[in-house]
Design a protein around this ligand. Sequence first.
Ligand code: ADP
Length: 201
Amino acid sequence: MSRFLLIGPPGAGKGTQAVLLSQMLSIPAISTGDIFRSNVKNETELGRLAKAFMDAGDNVPDSLTNELVRARLVEDDSVAGFLLDGYPRTVDQVRELDEFLASRDEALDLVIELVADPEVVIARLSKRATEQGRSDDTEAVVRHRLEVYAEQTEPLIDIYSSRGVLVKVDAIGTVEEVTARIADALAARGISVPEPDSAAG
Ligand code: ADP
């Protein structure tokens, strides 16, 4: 039981929790947003193609995204398990991922939904815009990202819920509180999470 997906609106804290959980569970956190951002930063061809979509708050086309994730999932460190953050985020991406995992006799074991009120995430992201200067964190783009989430990603909640693999976790609270809630949700499903060590902060 070590193939996980963190899902939730922009600003719910997926990236932060993904890093902590990956340390606690000793599995890689795979964030498509981070991979795209590092490609933009390094001015690769992929970054050049993705940048306009990201800056507008739109999803990067599946033709660029699916292949990227497949390539990442065949790396050695992902064979025993992984924590996906930000992929899949469309119904088509779910289909792609299902097919890929099925070809290895695998499936997602658990989908953790971080639940957060839109007004709270808007406030969090405007703070992050000031602190980190992410080019897609302006209020207008954030509102658009929330719309894209509602239209294209929220349907995934029902899909995973009907498969019986969804758990909902309240994402409002401190980082530590939310991590503890996720650990409790995992424990309730028989997945034990070791206490974070000092290296994990
Ligand atoms: P957030 O969840 O806060 O929007 P992410 O880091 O997950 O932040 O994504 C940032 C941007 O990267 C998205 O707005 C989108 O343009 C692009 N992106 C990330 N993952 C995907 C994906 N699976 N499919 C399409 N676009 C993606």
